[in-house]
Design a binder for this molecule. Structure first.
Ligand code: NAI
Length: 339
Protein backbone atom coordinates (compact mmCIF):
# COMPACT_ATOMS: atom_id res chain seq x y z
CA UNK A 1 0.00 0.00 0.00
CA UNK A 2 1.26 3.46 -0.82
CA UNK A 3 0.87 5.98 1.98
CA UNK A 4 0.93 9.72 1.53
CA UNK A 5 1.87 11.48 4.73
CA UNK A 6 1.61 15.22 5.00
CA UNK A 7 3.71 16.62 7.80
CA UNK A 8 3.27 20.03 9.26
CA UNK A 9 3.42 22.22 12.33
CA UNK A 10 4.20 19.95 15.22
CA UNK A 11 6.18 17.56 13.13
CA UNK A 12 8.52 20.37 12.25
CA UNK A 13 8.91 21.45 15.84
CA UNK A 14 9.40 17.92 17.04
CA UNK A 15 12.40 17.41 14.79
CA UNK A 16 14.31 19.62 17.17
CA UNK A 17 13.31 17.54 20.18
CA UNK A 18 15.44 14.38 20.36
CA UNK A 19 13.51 12.77 23.18
CA UNK A 20 10.56 12.33 20.84
CA UNK A 21 12.48 10.46 18.15
CA UNK A 22 11.20 7.02 17.35
CA UNK A 23 7.52 7.85 17.55
CA UNK A 24 5.31 9.20 14.81
CA UNK A 25 5.28 12.79 15.95
CA UNK A 26 8.20 13.63 13.77
CA UNK A 27 9.17 12.86 10.25
CA UNK A 28 11.88 10.36 11.06
CA UNK A 29 9.60 8.50 13.44
CA UNK A 30 6.81 8.43 10.89
CA UNK A 31 9.13 7.09 8.21
CA UNK A 32 10.41 4.36 10.52
CA UNK A 33 6.88 3.44 11.52
CA UNK A 34 5.61 3.16 7.95
CA UNK A 35 8.71 1.19 6.93
CA UNK A 36 8.19 -1.22 9.83
CA UNK A 37 4.72 -1.95 8.45
CA UNK A 38 6.20 -2.64 5.05
CA UNK A 39 4.36 0.18 3.29
CA UNK A 40 5.57 2.21 0.40
CA UNK A 41 5.13 5.85 1.24
CA UNK A 42 5.55 9.41 0.11
CA UNK A 43 6.13 12.10 2.67
CA UNK A 44 5.53 15.72 1.84
CA UNK A 45 5.85 18.56 4.23
CA UNK A 46 4.96 22.22 4.38
CA UNK A 47 6.85 24.53 6.66
CA UNK A 48 4.20 26.65 8.20
CA UNK A 49 0.72 25.42 7.59
CA UNK A 50 -1.18 22.59 6.03
CA UNK A 51 -4.12 24.50 4.61
CA UNK A 52 -3.43 25.00 0.94
CA UNK A 53 -1.15 21.99 0.47
CA UNK A 54 -3.48 19.54 2.10
CA UNK A 55 -6.53 20.82 0.31
CA UNK A 56 -4.70 20.52 -2.95
CA UNK A 57 -3.72 16.92 -2.27
CA UNK A 58 -7.23 15.75 -1.55
CA UNK A 59 -8.83 17.33 -4.60
CA UNK A 60 -5.82 16.54 -6.73
CA UNK A 61 -6.91 14.26 -9.54
CA UNK A 62 -3.53 12.48 -9.36
CA UNK A 63 -4.37 11.17 -5.89
CA UNK A 64 -6.87 8.68 -7.26
CA UNK A 65 -6.19 6.04 -4.65
CA UNK A 66 -6.32 8.30 -1.63
CA UNK A 67 -8.26 6.53 1.11
CA UNK A 68 -7.49 8.31 4.34
CA UNK A 69 -6.56 11.76 5.60
CA UNK A 70 -5.40 12.02 9.18
CA UNK A 71 -5.02 15.35 10.92
CA UNK A 72 -2.30 14.89 13.50
CA UNK A 73 -4.18 17.10 15.92
CA UNK A 74 -7.67 18.58 16.01
CA UNK A 75 -9.57 20.70 13.46
CA UNK A 76 -9.92 19.29 9.94
CA UNK A 77 -11.35 22.37 8.21
CA UNK A 78 -8.13 22.58 6.17
CA UNK A 79 -9.36 19.52 4.27
CA UNK A 80 -12.00 19.81 1.55
CA UNK A 81 -14.55 17.68 3.43
CA UNK A 82 -17.13 17.70 0.65
CA UNK A 83 -14.55 16.40 -1.79
CA UNK A 84 -13.63 13.74 0.76
CA UNK A 85 -17.27 12.63 1.02
CA UNK A 86 -17.66 12.53 -2.78
CA UNK A 87 -14.45 10.59 -3.28
CA UNK A 88 -15.02 8.26 -0.30
CA UNK A 89 -11.86 9.42 1.41
CA UNK A 90 -12.10 9.05 5.19
CA UNK A 91 -11.04 12.00 7.32
CA UNK A 92 -9.91 11.38 10.88
CA UNK A 93 -8.35 13.48 13.58
CA UNK A 94 -7.00 12.82 17.06
CA UNK A 95 -9.95 14.03 19.03
CA UNK A 96 -9.15 15.65 22.34
CA UNK A 97 -5.38 15.40 21.95
CA UNK A 98 -4.67 19.08 22.48
CA UNK A 99 -7.75 20.42 24.23
CA UNK A 100 -5.94 21.04 27.52
CA UNK A 101 -3.10 22.80 25.69
CA UNK A 102 -5.53 25.18 24.00
CA UNK A 103 -7.56 25.76 27.18
CA UNK A 104 -4.40 26.74 29.05
CA UNK A 105 -3.53 29.15 26.24
CA UNK A 106 -6.98 30.71 26.50
CA UNK A 107 -6.47 31.30 30.22
CA UNK A 108 -3.07 32.84 29.57
CA UNK A 109 -4.49 35.09 26.83
CA UNK A 110 -7.35 36.26 29.03
CA UNK A 111 -4.93 37.16 31.81
CA UNK A 112 -2.42 38.89 29.58
CA UNK A 113 -5.13 41.08 28.05
CA UNK A 114 -6.95 41.90 31.27
CA UNK A 115 -3.72 42.62 33.15
CA UNK A 116 -2.21 44.61 30.22
CA UNK A 117 0.85 42.36 30.22
CA UNK A 118 2.24 42.80 26.69
CA UNK A 119 2.87 46.57 26.76
CA UNK A 120 4.27 46.19 30.28
CA UNK A 121 6.82 43.68 29.03
CA UNK A 122 7.61 45.76 25.93
CA UNK A 123 8.27 48.72 28.25
CA UNK A 124 10.77 46.65 30.21
CA UNK A 125 12.54 45.58 27.01
CA UNK A 126 12.78 49.21 25.93
CA UNK A 127 14.47 50.09 29.21
CA UNK A 128 11.57 52.27 30.37
CA UNK A 129 9.69 52.29 33.69
CA UNK A 130 6.37 54.17 33.72
CA UNK A 131 4.13 52.13 35.99
CA UNK A 132 1.15 54.42 35.56
CA UNK A 133 1.16 54.03 31.76
CA UNK A 134 0.48 50.34 32.26
CA UNK A 135 -1.63 50.41 35.41
CA UNK A 136 -4.20 52.78 33.86
CA UNK A 137 -5.43 49.91 31.70
CA UNK A 138 -4.72 46.90 33.95
CA UNK A 139 -7.55 45.05 35.72
CA UNK A 140 -8.17 41.94 37.81
CA UNK A 141 -10.00 38.97 36.37
CA UNK A 142 -11.84 38.62 39.66
CA UNK A 143 -15.28 40.17 39.43
CA UNK A 144 -15.50 39.99 35.63
CA UNK A 145 -18.13 38.21 33.55
CA UNK A 146 -16.45 35.64 31.32
CA UNK A 147 -18.30 33.86 28.53
CA UNK A 148 -17.38 31.07 26.15
CA UNK A 149 -18.85 30.92 22.67
CA UNK A 150 -18.95 27.13 22.39
CA UNK A 151 -18.81 24.93 25.46
CA UNK A 152 -17.40 21.77 23.94
CA UNK A 153 -14.20 20.12 25.03
CA UNK A 154 -12.04 23.23 24.99
CA UNK A 155 -14.74 25.70 26.09
CA UNK A 156 -15.66 23.50 29.03
CA UNK A 157 -12.04 23.11 30.08
CA UNK A 158 -11.68 26.88 30.01
CA UNK A 159 -14.68 27.12 32.36
CA UNK A 160 -13.08 24.55 34.66
CA UNK A 161 -9.83 26.49 34.72
CA UNK A 162 -11.60 29.76 35.52
CA UNK A 163 -12.98 28.36 38.77
CA UNK A 164 -10.38 29.76 41.20
CA UNK A 165 -10.55 33.30 39.81
CA UNK A 166 -13.81 34.32 41.51
CA UNK A 167 -15.30 35.74 38.35
CA UNK A 168 -18.57 37.59 38.74
CA UNK A 169 -20.31 35.09 36.49
CA UNK A 170 -19.47 32.46 33.89
CA UNK A 171 -21.67 32.26 30.79
CA UNK A 172 -21.85 30.13 27.69
CA UNK A 173 -23.54 30.26 24.33
CA UNK A 174 -23.83 26.94 22.54
CA UNK A 175 -26.64 25.42 20.55
CA UNK A 176 -25.99 22.18 22.43
CA UNK A 177 -26.83 22.77 26.10
CA UNK A 178 -24.43 21.23 28.58
CA UNK A 179 -25.82 18.42 30.75
CA UNK A 180 -27.15 19.93 33.98
CA UNK A 181 -24.50 18.20 36.09
CA UNK A 182 -21.69 19.59 33.94
CA UNK A 183 -23.29 23.03 34.06
CA UNK A 184 -23.59 23.09 37.84
CA UNK A 185 -20.07 21.70 38.37
CA UNK A 186 -18.59 24.85 36.88
CA UNK A 187 -21.48 27.11 37.90
CA UNK A 188 -22.07 28.43 34.38
CA UNK A 189 -25.26 29.96 32.98
CA UNK A 190 -26.42 29.39 29.42
CA UNK A 191 -27.53 32.39 27.39
CA UNK A 192 -29.64 31.32 24.44
CA UNK A 193 -29.48 34.52 22.41
CA UNK A 194 -26.11 35.41 20.88
CA UNK A 195 -26.54 39.18 21.07
CA UNK A 196 -27.66 38.99 24.69
CA UNK A 197 -24.70 36.72 25.40
CA UNK A 198 -22.05 39.04 23.97
CA UNK A 199 -23.66 42.05 25.62
CA UNK A 200 -23.04 40.57 29.08
CA UNK A 201 -19.42 39.45 28.71
CA UNK A 202 -16.42 41.43 29.93
CA UNK A 203 -14.28 38.67 28.44
CA UNK A 204 -15.39 36.45 25.57
CA UNK A 205 -13.51 33.36 24.42
CA UNK A 206 -14.32 31.69 21.09
CA UNK A 207 -14.32 27.88 21.16
CA UNK A 208 -16.52 26.77 18.25
CA UNK A 209 -15.41 25.03 15.07
CA UNK A 210 -15.27 26.98 11.82
CA UNK A 211 -18.22 26.11 9.61
CA UNK A 212 -20.82 27.95 7.52
CA UNK A 213 -22.61 29.05 10.70
CA UNK A 214 -19.54 30.52 12.38
CA UNK A 215 -17.52 31.95 9.51
CA UNK A 216 -17.37 35.75 9.88
CA UNK A 217 -19.72 35.45 12.89
CA UNK A 218 -17.90 38.12 14.88
CA UNK A 219 -18.19 41.08 12.57
CA UNK A 220 -19.03 44.78 12.83
CA UNK A 221 -22.71 44.07 13.49
CA UNK A 222 -22.13 41.64 16.35
CA UNK A 223 -19.26 43.71 17.79
CA UNK A 224 -21.76 46.54 18.09
CA UNK A 225 -23.55 44.44 20.75
CA UNK A 226 -20.39 43.73 22.79
CA UNK A 227 -19.85 45.51 26.09
CA UNK A 228 -17.70 48.57 25.40
CA UNK A 229 -14.12 47.75 26.36
CA UNK A 230 -14.60 43.97 26.37
CA UNK A 231 -11.69 41.60 25.71
CA UNK A 232 -11.95 38.97 22.99
CA UNK A 233 -9.87 35.79 22.79
CA UNK A 234 -10.03 33.52 19.75
CA UNK A 235 -8.01 30.32 19.64
CA UNK A 236 -10.64 28.50 17.55
CA UNK A 237 -10.26 29.68 13.96
CA UNK A 238 -9.28 33.11 12.64
CA UNK A 239 -12.03 33.25 10.03
CA UNK A 240 -14.72 33.16 12.74
CA UNK A 241 -13.80 36.82 13.27
CA UNK A 242 -13.77 39.49 10.61
CA UNK A 243 -10.15 40.68 10.64
CA UNK A 244 -10.83 44.26 9.59
CA UNK A 245 -13.80 44.70 11.92
CA UNK A 246 -11.92 43.32 14.93
CA UNK A 247 -8.89 45.52 14.22
CA UNK A 248 -11.13 48.59 13.89
CA UNK A 249 -12.85 47.73 17.18
CA UNK A 250 -9.49 47.41 18.97
CA UNK A 251 -8.20 50.61 17.41
CA UNK A 252 -11.24 52.55 18.54
CA UNK A 253 -11.24 51.00 22.03
CA UNK A 254 -14.63 49.34 21.45
CA UNK A 255 -12.68 46.20 22.25
CA UNK A 256 -10.00 46.70 24.88
CA UNK A 257 -8.04 43.86 23.34
CA UNK A 258 -7.90 40.80 21.13
CA UNK A 259 -5.69 37.75 21.54
CA UNK A 260 -5.32 34.38 19.94
CA UNK A 261 -3.15 32.16 17.81
CA UNK A 262 -5.41 31.57 14.81
CA UNK A 263 -5.52 33.80 11.74
CA UNK A 264 -7.84 34.09 8.78
CA UNK A 265 -4.78 33.54 6.55
CA UNK A 266 -1.95 31.27 7.66
CA UNK A 267 0.90 31.95 7.63
CA UNK A 268 -0.25 35.49 8.33
CA UNK A 269 1.25 37.95 5.84
CA UNK A 270 3.88 40.30 7.28
CA UNK A 271 1.51 43.24 7.05
CA UNK A 272 -1.55 41.46 8.53
CA UNK A 273 -3.54 44.03 10.45
CA UNK A 274 -3.72 41.78 13.55
CA UNK A 275 0.06 41.83 13.96
CA UNK A 276 0.23 45.48 14.91
CA UNK A 277 -3.26 46.60 15.97
CA UNK A 278 -3.32 48.43 19.31
CA UNK A 279 -6.01 49.96 21.47
CA UNK A 280 -5.92 53.73 22.12
CA UNK A 281 -3.73 53.12 25.20
CA UNK A 282 -1.09 51.25 23.20
CA UNK A 283 -1.94 47.70 24.28
CA UNK A 284 -4.61 45.10 23.69
CA UNK A 285 -2.78 42.83 21.28
CA UNK A 286 -2.06 39.27 22.36
CA UNK A 287 -1.58 37.66 18.96
CA UNK A 288 0.90 34.81 18.47
CA UNK A 289 1.47 32.25 15.69
CA UNK A 290 -0.71 29.15 15.62
CA UNK A 291 0.89 27.06 18.37
CA UNK A 292 -1.49 26.82 21.32
CA UNK A 293 -2.36 23.20 20.57
CA UNK A 294 1.17 22.21 19.60
CA UNK A 295 3.05 22.02 22.87
CA UNK A 296 5.47 19.12 23.09
CA UNK A 297 3.07 17.46 25.54
CA UNK A 298 0.26 17.73 22.99
CA UNK A 299 2.51 16.41 20.23
CA UNK A 300 3.22 13.28 22.21
CA UNK A 301 -0.56 12.74 22.58
CA UNK A 302 -1.44 13.32 18.96
CA UNK A 303 1.48 11.19 17.82
CA UNK A 304 0.09 8.26 19.77
CA UNK A 305 -3.38 8.97 18.39
CA UNK A 306 -2.17 9.22 14.79
CA UNK A 307 -0.36 5.94 15.19
CA UNK A 308 -3.49 4.29 16.61
CA UNK A 309 -5.60 5.58 13.69
CA UNK A 310 -3.08 4.24 11.16
CA UNK A 311 -2.87 0.89 12.96
CA UNK A 312 -6.67 0.57 13.01
CA UNK A 313 -6.75 1.37 9.33
CA UNK A 314 -4.02 -1.09 8.33
CA UNK A 315 -5.47 -3.85 10.51
CA UNK A 316 -9.05 -3.24 9.39
CA UNK A 317 -10.22 -2.40 12.91
CA UNK A 318 -13.03 0.02 13.67
CA UNK A 319 -11.93 3.60 14.39
CA UNK A 320 -12.90 5.35 17.59
CA UNK A 321 -16.09 7.17 16.45
CA UNK A 322 -15.08 10.46 18.09
CA UNK A 323 -12.09 10.62 15.73
CA UNK A 324 -14.12 10.24 12.54
CA UNK A 325 -14.96 13.49 10.74
CA UNK A 326 -15.80 11.92 7.39
CA UNK A 327 -16.63 8.21 7.18
CA UNK A 328 -16.74 6.34 3.90
CA UNK A 329 -18.86 8.61 1.73
CA UNK A 330 -20.62 10.38 4.60
CA UNK A 331 -20.07 13.35 6.83
CA UNK A 332 -20.15 12.23 10.46
CA UNK A 333 -21.83 15.35 11.78
CA UNK A 334 -21.98 13.87 15.26
CA UNK A 335 -18.24 13.88 15.41
CA UNK A 336 -18.33 17.65 15.14
CA UNK A 337 -19.89 19.61 17.92
CA UNK A 338 -21.89 16.95 19.67
CA UNK A 339 -19.32 14.96 21.51
N1 NAI B 1 -5.62 26.92 18.23
C1 NAI B 1 -5.42 25.63 18.13
O1 NAI B 1 -4.30 25.15 18.04
C2 NAI B 1 -6.60 24.70 18.16
C3 NAI B 1 -7.85 25.14 17.82
N2 NAI B 1 -8.91 24.29 17.88
C4 NAI B 1 -10.22 24.79 17.47
O2 NAI B 1 -11.10 24.80 18.57
C5 NAI B 1 -12.37 24.36 18.13
C6 NAI B 1 -13.16 23.82 19.29
O3 NAI B 1 -12.57 22.61 19.71
P1 NAI B 1 -13.33 21.59 20.68
O4 NAI B 1 -13.76 22.29 21.93
O5 NAI B 1 -12.45 20.42 20.79
O6 NAI B 1 -14.61 21.25 19.80
P2 NAI B 1 -15.98 20.60 20.29
O7 NAI B 1 -16.60 20.04 19.08
O8 NAI B 1 -15.77 19.73 21.48
O9 NAI B 1 -16.83 21.86 20.81
C7 NAI B 1 -17.31 22.84 19.96
C8 NAI B 1 -18.60 23.37 20.54
O10 NAI B 1 -19.04 24.45 19.74
C9 NAI B 1 -20.46 24.34 19.61
N3 NAI B 1 -20.86 25.04 18.40
C10 NAI B 1 -20.59 24.73 17.12
N4 NAI B 1 -21.12 25.65 16.31
C11 NAI B 1 -21.73 26.55 17.08
C12 NAI B 1 -22.48 27.72 16.81
N5 NAI B 1 -22.67 28.17 15.56
N6 NAI B 1 -22.99 28.39 17.85
C13 NAI B 1 -22.82 27.94 19.12
N7 NAI B 1 -22.12 26.84 19.44
C14 NAI B 1 -21.59 26.16 18.42
C15 NAI B 1 -20.74 22.85 19.58
O11 NAI B 1 -22.08 22.57 19.93
C16 NAI B 1 -19.74 22.33 20.59
O12 NAI B 1 -20.25 22.25 21.88
C17 NAI B 1 -12.02 23.33 17.04
O13 NAI B 1 -13.08 23.15 16.12
C18 NAI B 1 -10.81 23.90 16.38
O14 NAI B 1 -11.16 24.68 15.27
C19 NAI B 1 -8.78 23.02 18.31
C20 NAI B 1 -7.55 22.54 18.67
C21 NAI B 1 -6.36 23.31 18.53
Amino acid sequence: MKVLAVLYNGFQAAKAEPRLLGTVENELGLRRYLESLGHEYVVTSSKEGPESDFQKHIVDSDAKNLKLCVTAGVGSDHIDLNAAVDRKVQVLEVSGSNVVSVAEHVLMSILLLVRNFVPAHEMIERGDWQVSDIARNAFDLEGKVVGTLGAGRIGYRVLQRLQPFNCKELLYYDYNPLPMAAQSTVDVRRVADLKEFVAQCDVLTVNTPLHEGTRNLINKDLLHHFKPGAWLVNTARGAICNAEDVAAAVKSGRLNGYAGDVWNVQPAPKDHIWRTMKNPLGGGNGMVPHYSGTTLDAQARYAAGTKAILENYFEGKEQDPVNVIVGIGKYESKAYGQR
